[in-house]
Design a binder for this molecule. Structure first.
Ligand code: AMP
Length: 430
């Protein structure tokens, strides 16, 4: 399949060629023809599959007729609205829109909370055809009458599953009430949970379903590996791995904001250049941290799950789970940051004895065990009681509830294998 067969016009084909895309990704081949035909589309596609171009390219094609160089704001009403759950994803999608619409007179902009609203209002008053927004900030604009959505033709709900997780549906409902019912609605989600399907029913009309990647599938070019280690020695093991494997760009996930800050300052003190991105940091700090990482001024970016949504860093070679997430699905989201669009990647999990329950959950979801690698000097101390990793939810204590959850032979409390030293060691492990 090539881009030529999809129905895009010559200038958009030139744009994709300029970006170096030689062929459409599966979600692009499947979704673009439906979107060009004006159909609603419900697509299961994770970040990294090329989903942004899958909705932006055909919509630019459909909006071509509206492109004009007029000065009057009335000539530039909002025609396409893209809602995203996080500021980072909003910025990233807006960047993609700018890239793909380069050379067209269609205007685009992004609005999101945590920054001053006045500059956004001034730009909105000038008129803009494509608006990317987070729900809360857009509602502020609607309240202040700085935006009019009565001429929106296309609504995109990006990362709909995360919008549900973050409790944005009431906000989305209020926004949708300001948009004509005759719109085209595109809903993208990493997963098709029952809630996502309900959301599709509420906001879409007879959508075409595009499900290119199997549920919970992981890119083939992604290597997964876990290292057993006591919680208190994880930071040192991480430094050891970074040095041993000469890692250059490493995205590290922690469960908590506090854990992210602590790890970042520890790495910094130990001479590993590092920045952190989490909900407690201001938008400017987050953008700065991300830019430093993207520009390779720092080696390590420490992030929490929520703050990391939508991060798009090209060719990211390593993702590290400093702690396994509470929700197994978040493991898939996290490691989806590497091995994107065909590049190879490695997802490393540092797993301590008290995380056996989370490990089981992840392996159940993957329907396979994650290969285990051993660094002898960092193996958990069999004499030591497991120290709980930072737990903030409902007092869960995981494996430690039933006493020592594993032995060095890699067995759980009931003697079942959790991971074993006899499992084949993976490349790069010692
Ligand atoms: P997304 O899933 O939209 O976050 O896109 C992930 C990455 O894939 C982005 O860096 C895009 O620039 C890139 N990309 C999108 N479409 C293609 C394509 N057809 N070929 C190669 N890379 C692509």
């Amino acid at each position: 399949m090539t881009f030529d067969n999809l129905g895009l016009s010559a200038d958009l084909l030139a744009t994709v060629a300029r970006e170096g895309y030689t062929e459409p990704t599966p979600v692009q081949s499947a979704a673009i023809p439906f979107i060009l035909a004006g159909r609603d589309v419900l697509a299961a596609a994770q970040t990294g599959t090329g989903k942004t171009a899958a909705f932006v390219l055909p919509i630019l094609e459909r909006l071509r007729g509206h492109a004009n160089a007029g000065f009057s704001p009335a000539r530039h009403p909002v025609r396409m609205l893209i809602l995203t759950p996080t500021r980072e994803l909003a910025v990233q999608v807006a960047d993609a829109v700018k890239t793909y619409s380069h050379g067209s007179s269609l205007r685009s902009m992004v609005v999101y909370g945590g920054t001053r609203i006045d500059p956004e209002i001034k730009l909105l008053w000038k008129g803009v055809e494509i608006l990317v927004a987070t729900p809360g900030r857009l509602l502020d604009h609607i309240g202040q009458r700085s935006v009019n959505l009565s001429q929106v033709e296309v609504l995109v709900l990006d990362e709909a599953d995360r919008m549900l997780d973050m409790g944005f549906i009431p906000d989305v409902r209020k926004i949708v009430a300001c948009i004509p019912a005759s719109r085209q609605t595109l809903l993208f989600s990493a997963t098709f949970s029952d809630e996502v399907r309900r959301m599709a029913k509420e906001f879409q009309r007879d959508p075409e379903i595009v499900e290119v990647a199997a549920r919970n599938s992981i890119a083939d070019n992604l290597t997964q590996v876990l290292y057993p280690v006591d919680q208190s020695r994880k930071a040192d093991l991480l430094i050891h791995l970074i040095q041993r494997d000469k890692m250059e760009q490493v995205l590290v996930f922690t469960r908590s904001k506090l854990g992210a800050s602590r790890l970042a300052s520890y790495l910094d003190r130990r001479g590993v250049s590092c920045s952190a991105i989490h909900g407690d940091r201001s938008q400017t700090e987050r953008t700065r941290a991300l830019e430093a990482f993207r520009g390779r001024f720092v080696k390590v970016l420490v992030a929490t799950d929520v703050a990391s949504r939508g991060l798009d860093i090209e060719d990211l070679p390593y993702v590290v789970n400093y702690e396994l997430p509470y929700e197994p699905q978040d493991y898939i989201h996290r490691i989806g940051r590497t091995g994107r669009a065909g590049a190879s990647g490695t997802a490393i999990s540092l797993v301590s004895p008290d995380e056996v329950e989370e490990l089981r959950g992840v392996q159940r979801l993957l329907r396979k065990s994650i290969p285990c690698a051993i660094v002898e000097e960092y193996l958990p101390d069999p004499e030591r009681q497991p120290e709980p990793a930072s737990r903030s939810r409902g007092g869960r204590t995981g494996g430690s509830r039933s006493g020592r959850p594993w032995s060095q032979s890699g067995r759980g409390p009931a003697g079942e294998p959790i991971y074993s030293r006899s499992q084949p060691a993976v490349a790069g492990s010692r």
